[in-house]
Design a protein around this ligand. Structure first.
Ligand code: ADP
Ligand code: MG
Length: 650
């Protein structure tokens, strides 16, 4: 067979191929046209389609219009009113078409532009084919703005047309684009309809993002929205948007990302956010996410092909981390009690809000709700803090103790549920916000630390906060605490004896002889042994020896110097006779023991724990009681802007 002759392709064909690559479906063309209308400062954009945009796609705006003299070349490639010099490339429209959109559309469709500027007396109408003006520019009547009509899309690209023969699917894509731009541009009113039918999308001008989300995606999403707001100078990153809280779920998630006001897809970002939510939502469920991300134009990769909506940017890892971190923090802060349940992992704990959950999901999902509160995997990242079995080097080394893991269980005990509820009801939301967003500054001394929130500096009482939090951890992990195990069980007898020697025990002759008291202490604790083991993992064996005590936070080791006093106080201070009081006082005493830091603890170890165990745990889980607003556990000592003002005067 003879080799085929190589011929130069006709220019129009080359252009058509290039254009077909850019405009793959009606929704791509529409997206470009919407952006042009927005660039022209329109406050109203109306889209009318016939047959999924394949027969006709018309967009009418009330923007600046196009000047008569520009109409001749407006559809040629690389004509634009938005760039003058080459250098502008880096600052404006860093990705996108730079004058290619209209040209591309005119290569794959019959294009008609009707437009009027403010200063011209009448409008003008012009038709285009393959980037060139076809026929005359005709004067016509009309209001200010531009109407662009693309007809018979792909009339000259039969293959492409074949591939797109499902108008409904194309309409869906168009509707998606209009909806998303409507949300991102609430100052502009949008309308989308099929020709001769009622509007499927309609928003008003001067609306808000939130309103438009409700209008387009439904009230139930609207009610679950949490605001995202990031302004990071170092990353040159600004993010605004809304995400749904953990009470809201969708079978198919909605992820809307705009980068520098252009609708994009980012599989990586979607994955990262999905992963955060997977910790809080039932399996297979997804959130609604809308994020408007603004990056310095230099950080956006300009070499991405225009059709590849998948976008990449520099410092992607850091930026992604910043965004996911913020989303998670907002999720936690916006739903305190729920968070605590999910986080502190109270399997199946009854939830005060459970009646309000999942408005969006159908009844079939109700049965699965409990699932949200149960996390049985110990490998789960969120669990590690409480249940992990990695132990840090420190006085409590691995050879001495080992973590003793148990399976997650629910508790149905009303007494415990009531105690938990009391903690939640008493939670001070303002304080919670401060703790939730705190930045640890440093250790002041054995009892105090400095934290920063917003621009304010606070002096905190570590012990007071820590003791209260330990109490909460005990309550919320009731029945599911792991144990710190002693490799050599400690005789209660010896511990009680030691405690009574300590003047702090307050022992006097009147209390009776010490040996008798010791016997009594051991007797009480041995008697309660099985209960303590079951609920708190405090184990006492049949020889009256202490085998393990509850473990609260992995990275933190209680000071064993106080163990004797703890044992004594358990016997004397806990109200053993009444269920709820018993649990409450036991948790209180245990918390006191945990939060009392011995002077014998090395300074370096103490500081390490304060920074890496105590404050991170406070930040994540603490539900501050209302009384803490006034008990001195948190004192504002400076407001940074005020300080700067002082410095300025110097
Ligand atoms: P670009 O938007 O990158 O400049 P386009 O091909 O999308 O390239 O548009 C070419 C030019 O046509 C624009 O620069 C603008 O001057 C003009 N134009 C297109 N659509 C409109 C519109 N709806 N209103 C006003 N001007 C428009
Ligand atoms: Mg454009």
């Amino acid at each position: 067979m003879e080799p085929g002759t190589i011929r130069r392709l006709d220019e129009a064909v080359v252009n058509r191929i290039a254009a077909g690559e850019i405009i793959q479906r009606p929704a791509n063309a529409l997206k470009e046209m919407i952006e042009n209308s927005l660039d022209a400062k329109s406050t109203s954009i109306q889209v009318v389609v016939k047959s999924g945009g394949l027969r006709s796609l018309q967009i009418q705006d009330n923007g600046t219009g196009i000047r008569r003299e520009d109409l001749e070349i407006v559809c040629e490639r690389f004509t634009t009113s938005k760039l003058q010099k080459f250098e502008d490339l880096s600052t404006i429209e860093t990705y996108g078409f730079r004058g290619e959109a209209l040209a591309s559309i005119s290569h794959v469709a019959q294009l008609t532009i009707t437009t009027k500027t403010r200063h011209e007396k009448c409008g003008y109408k012009a038709s285009y084919e393959d980037g060139k003006l076809k026929g005359q520019i005709k004067p016509c009547a009309g209001n200010q703005g531009t109407q662009i009509l693309a007809e018979d899309l792909f009339y000259n690209v039969p293959l492409r047309k074949q591939a797109l023969k499902a108008p409904n699917e194309e309409f869906q894509k168009i509707s998606d684009v209009v909806s998303k731009y409507a949300i991102h541009n609430p100052q502009t009113g949008f309308l989308l309809k099929k020709i001769g039918e009622n509007a499927t999308v309609r928003t008003q001008a001067k609306s808000t993002v939130e309103n438009n989300i409700k209008l387009i995606y439904g009230q139930s999403i609207g009610k679950a929205l949490l605001k995202i707001d990031i302004d990071d100078d170092i990353l040159q990153l600004k993010v605004e948007g809304f995400v749904t809280n953990v009470n809201f779920t969708l079978k198919k998630g909605i992820f809307i990302f705009f980068i520098n006001h252009r609708l994009v897809e980012s599989v990586n970002l979607k994955k990262a956010i999905d992963q955060i939510y997977s910790l809080y939502l039932p399996k297979g469920m997804s959130p609604f996410i809308y994020l408007s991300i603004e990056l310095h134009p230099n950080n956006v990769d300009v070499n991405v092909h225009p059709t590849k909506h998948e976008v990449h940017f520099l410092h992607e890892d850091e930026i992604m981390a910043k965004i996911t971190e913020t989303v998670e923090r907002v999720l936690l802060g916006g739903n305190v009690s729920r968070t605590f349940y999910t986080q502190a992992l109270l399997p199946g704990a009854s939830n005060p809000d459970s009646s309000k959950l999942n408005e969006s999901s159908d009844a079939g999902d109700k049965a699965r709700l409990d699932y949200k509160f149960v996390r049985t995997s110990h490998s789960d990242q969120k669990l590690d803090k409480f249940f992990g079995n990695v132990s840090r080097n420190g006085s409590m080394s691995e050879n001495k103790y080992s973590q003793n893991l148990k399976c997650q269980r629910d508790t149905k005990l009303t007494s415990v549920l009531e105690l938990r509820k009391a903690v939640e009801d008493d939670c001070d939301r303002d304080l919670r916000k401060i703790f939730c967003e705190l930045t640890f500054v440093g250790v002041v001394d054995r009892t105090r630390a400095l934290i920063q929130y917003d621009t304010k500096m606070f002096l905190t009482s570590t012990k007071v906060l820590w003791e209260e939090l330990c109490y909460q951890i005990l309550l919320f992990n009731f029945g599911n605490l792991s144990g710190l195990k002693f490799s050599n069980p400690l005789p209660l007898h010896d511990l009680a004896n030691l405690a009574l020697q300590d003047p702090e025990s307050g022992w006097t002759e009147e209390d009776g002889p010490k040996p008798e008291l010791v016997e009594r202490i051991v007797e009480i604790l041995v008697e309660k042994g099985s209960m303590l083991q079951e609920y708190f993992n405090l184990r006492i064996n049949s020889d009256g020896k202490l085998e393990s005590i509850p473990s609260l936070v992995n990275e933190y080791t209680p000071s064993m110097a106080y163990l004797p006093m703890y044992i004594l106080r358990l016997a004397t201070e806990v109200e053993w006779d009444e269920e709820q009081e018993c649990f409450r006082t036991f948790c209180r005493e245990t918390a006191k023991f945990y939060a009392t830091i011995a002077l014998s603890k090395e300074d370096s170890e103490y500081k390490w724990e304060v920074e890496h165990a105590i404050y991170p745990t406070i930040k994540q889980y603490f539900l501050p009681p209302t009384a803490f607003a006034k008990n001195g556990s948190l004192l504002q000592i400076a407001n940074l802007p005020d300080l700067y003002r002082v410095f300025e005067r110097c």
